[in-house]
Design a protein around this ligand. Structure first.
Ligand SMILES: Nc1ncnc2c1ncn2[C@@H]1O[C@H](COP(=O)(O)OP(=O)(O)OP(=O)(O)O)[C@@H](O)[C@H]1O
Length: 320
């Protein structure tokens, strides 16, 4: 247990009659970022709320540093900082007033509050907004304040539910950078339904769908499984598709729009290079070629298919 800050063991929960999550098990390393990836309604918030002691699970256990969250919630919660999907901000307060309030809620001794406040603000890049009323901050800076309240008591585990939701692209980049900084000396678990978010931020991934884990491993392993398997080629004039199909590594070709074709290929065939070479050789007047972006739905479909063919592998799990 000592390599992990948290252990989630066969967690199941039903709100009324339907199971929201079923037999979820995974561990969180002491440092770095674990991404909890899944589409809307997959069960991410339920899992995080149980981990943070916000709701009690129907079955199974969650431990923070060996402490059972359900049996000893007060002690477990001291080790956690939580930023729920909607940041719990008091918009009429200034940054300092709000964070001091949070420090007291976290039972930080009075003479340590100023130090804790300055460290949290400095880490989150909001020191220059100390006297600013929260409602007058941009969404990105409000989220930074949300992060500051989550780390003010220097917790060992920070739990972030969809932390970049609703932010503009620049704010997303800044908040991701900040989360990486925060994870340098503690564990962070973040939930998201955005594939690129885990790819940009996380070290490890747990993917859940319909309340069950379909993948858990490192980001590196995850990326290997979801390598693109199709590309788009656009031509000035449509060439003979049979010629493309004859290229080694090509599985299928179909026209998707006017002079645009989608090429499905086998992995590890250096297919882009081969097709560009073939275009030049055959005078296909290629205008554009690019790999198709993988969507969360298609990752889930790929993983589900692999699960069927790899029941013995521990990476893809229907029941851990
Ligand atoms: N308070 C509740 N009462 C009844 N059902 C709920 C409640 N909260 C969540 N659910 C249901 O539990 C399932 C999992 O929801 P959960 O919010 O954990 O998913 P999620 O992955 O966090 O999705 P989202 O990103 O949309 O919040 C969904 O089917 C949802 O409708």
């Amino acid at each position: 247990m000592q390599d992990f800050i948290a252990n989630i063991d066969n967690l199941s929960h039903k709100y009324s009659k339907d199971w929201a999550i079923r037999n979820i098990s995974f561990n969180i390393a002491k440092k770095g970022i674990l991404g909890l990836l899944g589409s809307n309604g997959a069960g991410k918030s339920t899992t995080m709320n149980i981990l943070c002691g916000v709701i009690n699970q129907t079955d199974g256990s969650a431990y923070i540093d060996g402490i059972n969250v359900r049996e000893n919630p007060v002690e477990a919660k001291k080790l956690i900082g939580f930023l729920p999907q909607k940041a719990p901000l008091h918009l009429e307060l200034t940054v300092d007033e709000y964070l001091i309030h949070c420090a007291h809620l976290r039972s930080i001794p009075s003479k340590k509050v100023t130090e804790a406040l300055e460290i949290a603000k400095q880490k989150c890049g909001i020191s220059h907004f100390s006297k600013r009323v929260l409602k007058n901050l941009s969404g990105g800076y409000q989220q930074r304040v949300g992060l500051a309240q989550a780390i003010i008591h220097n917790p060992k585990l920070v739990v972030l539910d969809e932390p970049t939701n609703g932010l503009d692209p620049n704010q997303i980049i800044e908040v991701r950078k900040l989360i990486k900084e925060i994870a340098k000396d503690r564990a962070v678990i973040l939930s998201t339904h955005i594939l690129s978010e885990v790819q940009a931020t996380c070290d490890d991934i747990v993917m859940i769908e319909h309340g069950q884990i379909v993948f858990k491993d490192t980001l590196h392993a995850f990326n290997n499984y979801i390598e693109p398997s199709s590309l788009i080629m656009e031509f000035e004039l449509l060439p003979n598709l049979e010629q493309i199909r004859d290229e080694h590594g090509v599985i299928d070709v179909e026209v998707v729009h006017h002079n645009k074709v989608k090429v499905e290929f086998q992995p590890e065939t250096q297919i882009t290079k081969k097709l560009i070479h073939a275009s030049v050789q055959n005078g296909w007047s290629l205008l554009e070629i690019y790999l198709e972006k993988t969507s969360l739905d298609s990752v889930f479909a790929q993983l589900s298919n692999k699960t069927k063919g790899n029941q013995e592998s521990s990476n893809y799990l229907n029941t851990p």
